[in-house]
Design a protein around this ligand. Structure first.
Ligand SMILES: [Zn+2]
Ligand SMILES: [Zn+2]
Length: 120
């Protein structure tokens, strides 16, 4: 993969391109990103500590990205591409109030998204 564009707001990553994702305020884990299977990853979270943050990572690509209506497949706690079973990321649900994501698999270039549950 080529160059990576990365914007992190109120968050911290254990490694440069993947691994554990932390809330930048309370340092609890909010997710885990697999290093080598995403072309892009956007994750917005509201932590149980009250703070919100986001991770936005994008590898440059010339491939055509297709929005998929399919749901990600859940294998244990890992969300995987339903087309090729590539493991993509994990959400640490117990530490966060709500979240949304958009992730593109770098095997099939399908993009999967989930919008945040509305605050009521
Ligand atoms: Zn927090
Ligand atoms: Zn895929």
């Amino acid at each position: 993969m080529t160059e990576l564009k990365k914007v992190v707001q109120n968050g911290r990553m254990l490694k440069n391109t993947g691994s554990w994702l932390y809330c930048g305020t309370c340092n609890n884990t909010v997710g885990y990103l697999c290093y080598s299977t995403y072309q892009s990853f956007l994750f917005e979270f509201k932590c149980k500590c009250g703070c919100s943050g986001s991770f936005d990572l994008q590898h440059a690509t010339t491939e055509t990205i297709e929005d998929s209506l399919a749901e990600l497949a859940q294998k244990r706690n890992r969300l995987c591409c339903p087309h090729d079973n590539a493991p993509l990321f994990t959400v640490v649900e117990k530490n966060i109030e709500n979240y949304s994501y958009s992730v593109t698999c770098n095997h099939c270039y399908s993009r999967f998204a989930k919008r945040k549950a509305r605050d009521t």
